[in-house]
Design a protein around this ligand. Structure first.
Ligand SMILES: NC(=O)C1=CN([C@@H]2O[C@H](COP(=O)(O)OP(=O)(O)OC[C@H]3O[C@@H](n4cnc5c(N)ncnc54)[C@H](OP(=O)(O)O)[C@@H]3O)[C@@H](O)[C@H]2O)C=CC1
Ligand SMILES: CC(=O)N[C@@H](CCC(=O)OP(=O)(O)O)C(=O)O
Length: 346
């Protein structure tokens, strides 16, 4: 039995990890932490866990956490994660970090978009964990940087076209919409019911969202050249889900049939990427609660642009499901263990 700790278990991605790990036959959760609710039972905060996870939330004391677990999921805000991850690694524990702290390879970029990095040497050692694209490196990693939710939907959405160098890399526009759980569980006026329930808004407009360097890093690696993108996130009145609509100009004429066959081949054998048949496009409802990324494809006949629509659940393939998928790869478990049975809502 692999002993795991969920650090930040009182947050949305933390409780989603518990939901998923409950169905994982190889894992026992030996430690859960919280900042404000230490001492309370986790099932008092999330009553759906009653009878399954009733243990007390602990304060985050890294050495104590490390004593109790072999693998630690850090489901903390950025900065809080890099305050503890180096200690876990020093104590020879493996870490899947759900925050943004180890996703960028370049400390200067991290400082530009976030703040000065506290353990820049670890940026080179961390593996950006999209298993479909980097399975072997994930398998041997001590520290996996679990990707952001928007980046997951965009990187999986563009990987086949970029690897085959079929896109003009200067023409990519990604327009993404997220449910409100993407902003986390802590109280913020912008996320109150009356602020979000009856409207649909863009935010981070004009190339300022902190996921931009992460998306550009990964797309540039796929393309084999440095590229920039236009990215605009939107907040939608729903709990969960991300839908990204991505536009780009192909370098040569491509048909819809060719696109569907390119993607079907690229993702052949992947448990969690579903390329939809010609003429079909995903909805966030298709992937709700599951670890799937659904992708629909077409070519705009008037402009010649390729259009990719990808849908994920931000808390599952966009966070905790992908984290468990990474864990499965790291420990040699079947990659879909504990993930296959997640609800398929009709
Ligand atoms: N929500 C999403 O869809 C996604 C989130 N992520 C990333 O995953 C991480 C977790 O996100 P999410 O679960 O949404 O966040 P939440 O705000 O819902 O939860 C954060 C958790 O961290 C704890 N915490 C906060 N600050 C500290 C601190 N200084 N020391 C110790 N514990 C602390 C909180 O405890 P308490 O409850 O006591 O405040 C809570 O358990 C973030 O980095 C986020 O950006 C990544 C992909 C998707
Ligand atoms: C709706 C919403 O607010 N979403 C968050 C992204 C959540 C996320 O996954 O970001 P990190 O993992 O990189 O922290 C945002 O736009 O900041």
């Amino acid at each position: 039995m692999l002993k795991v700790a969920v650090v930040g278990a009182s947050g949305y991605t933390g409780v989603e990890l518990l939901r998923i790990l409950h169905g994982h036959p190889e894992v026992g959760v030996t430690c859960v932490t919280s900042e404000q609710s230490a001492g309370k039972r986790i099932s008092d905060i999330f009553p759906s866990l009653r009878g399954r996870y009733d243990q007390a939330l602990e304060n985050l004391e890294p050495v104590r956490v490390a004593e109790k677990a072999d693998l630690i999921f850090t489901a903390l805000p950025h900065k809080a994660a890099m305050e503890v991850v180096p200690t876990f690694l020093k104590l020879k524990k493996r870490v899947v970090d759900l925050s943004a702290d180890y996703r960028l390879q370049d400390a200067g970029e991290y400082e530009k978009w976030y703040e000065p990095h506290m353990s820049p040497a670890l940026l080179k050692k961390a593996v950006y964990g999209i298993p479909e694209l980097r399975r072997e490196k994930v398998a041997g990693a001590a520290l996996v940087a679990n990707p952001g939710c928007y980046p997951t939907s965009i990187v999986l959405g563009l990987a086949p076209l970029l690897r085959k160098k079929l896109l003009d890399p200067a023409t990519i526009i990604a327009d993404s919409k997220s449910g409100v759980s993407g902003a986390g569980r802590s109280a913020k006026v912008d996320n109150l019911y009356c602020e979000v329930n009856d409207g649909f808004k863009a935010y981070g407009v004009g190339g300022v969202h902190r996921h931009i360097p992460e998306i550009e890093q990964e797309l540039s690696l796929l393309a084999g050249e440095k590229l920039t993108i236009s990215f605009t996130p939107h907040l939608v009145p729903m709990d969960r889900g991300i839908l990204s609509t991505i536009y780009a100009r192909p370098v040569k004429k491509v048909t819809v049939e060719q696109l569907v066959s390119l993607y079907s081949e690229f993702y052949h054998g992947e448990a969690f990427v579903r390329v939809l048949p010609l003429g079909q496009f995903p909805s966030t409802s298709f992937v709700r609660g599951s670890n799937f990324c659904d992708i629909g494809l077409t070519v705009d006949q008037r402009t010649g642009r390729v259009i990719v629509v990808s849908a994920i659940d931000n808390l599952v393939k966009g966070a905790s499901g992908q984290a468990v998928q990474n864990m499965n790869v790291m420990y040699g478990f079947p990659e879909n263990l504990g993930l296959e049975g997640l609800a398929l809502f009709p």
